[in-house]
Design a protein around this ligand. Structure first.
Ligand code: NAP
Length: 279
């Protein structure tokens, strides 16, 4: 995976879940799971995304669903004036956009919100049971043929789901985005790791920090102290050691700085052995 201008991705990207809150000011009916209207502080969020990019992060992880279908607009405002080809922008199709003739108009809306004319990666957000996600694949293939989408990604896919998607797709699957965390290893099975590695599919870890236990774990704190680091940094460094890329969401500057610096932490064999014991 690289940007259109040929730059490698900084291994710690920019998550955007909850940017903009969970309410769409353009569409009050688009509440996420019936949540109460909670807006984000857009100016702070835009500034944080720009701060992250100016400090070297170049992979932005979006999804049409985020912010009740509004977050993409905030990201679009954050990247105004920046060199687009140096950024790698991923977006995800929600279950309502996967079936026949839905993918193209959805991508058109994504591009309008983001203020761009191509996506670096288009994911199927999950192998939804209640949507025919397989129908999206030929449409994604066509979007790649036209250059509107560069890479095809899947998320929350098991090996069986990926095999099925691979059978249907003309273009290769570039990434699988999974819930993967030093304390949540269960979804990224050994089979999935091997399959992804053998098929050149990049694992991308979501929710690398969120689980409260990461910040409260004694073992992680002890290892963090040894490295003069924070538990969040150890959690990120562990993921990089698994050959995953990761996409923490951070608005606070101190968090952004810490996350970027985590890419330099080298965990020892004994650190890894301790962390591997944690569930
Ligand atoms: N594919 C999927 O199904 C899926 C599902 C969920 C998420 N995702 C993607 O994955 C991204 C990451 O997941 P997430 O946002 O749910 O969880 P996360 O990145 O693990 O956690 C975000 C939270 O951690 C805090 N944080 C960030 N850096 C920190 C640090 N160094 N120290 C302490 N706290 C820190 C943030 O605070 P501040 O914001 O205040 O800095 C925020 O409250 C999402 O934003 C989204 O792009 C994908």
């Amino acid at each position: 995976m690289q940007t259109k201008s040929g730059k490698p991705l900084f291994p710690i990207g920019i998550g955007t879940w909850n940017i903009g809150g969970v309410f769409n000011p353009n569409d009050p009916t688009a509440k996420y799971k019936g949540a109460e209207p909670v807006y984000g502080n857009e100016e702070t969020e835009i500034e944080a995304i720009r701060y992250s990019i100016s400090n070297g992060q170049n992979h932005i992880d979006c999804a049409e669903l985020y912010g009740a279908f509004y977050t993409d607009e905030i990201v679009g405002r954050a990247i105004v004036g920046l060199e687009r080809t140096d950024l790698y922008i991923a977006d995800k199709l929600w279950r309502t956009s996967l079936e026949k003739r839905l993918v193209w108009p959805t991508v058109q809306k994504m591009l309008e919100k983001l203020g761009t004319n191509y996506l670096d990666m288009l994911y199927i957000h999950a192998p939804f049971k209640d949507a025919n996600w397989q129908e999206a694949i030929s449409q994604i293939d066509e979007l790649i043929d036209t250059g509107i989408v560069r890479d095809f990604g899947v998320s929350n896919f098991t090996v069986a789901d990926i095999k099925l998607a691979n059978k249907l797709a003309r273009h290769p699957i570039t990434a699988n985005q999974m819930n993967f965390n030093v304390l949540h290893k269960i979804e990224v099975t050994d089979d999935l790791k091997v399959y992804c590695q053998q098929n050149n599919i990049q694992l991308i870890a979501y929710q690398p920090i969120k689980r409260k236990e990461v910040l409260g774990s004694k073992i992680i704190q002890t290892i963090a102290d040894k490295h003069d680091a924070t538990p969040a940094q150890i959690a990120l460094a562990w993921l990089l050691n698994q050959n995953a890329l990761t996409i923490p969401k951070a608005i606070n500057h101190q968090h952004i700085d810490e996350n970027i610096a985590a890419a330099k932490i080298k965990l020892s064999e004994s650190d890894l052995a301790e962390l591997d014991k944690e569930i």
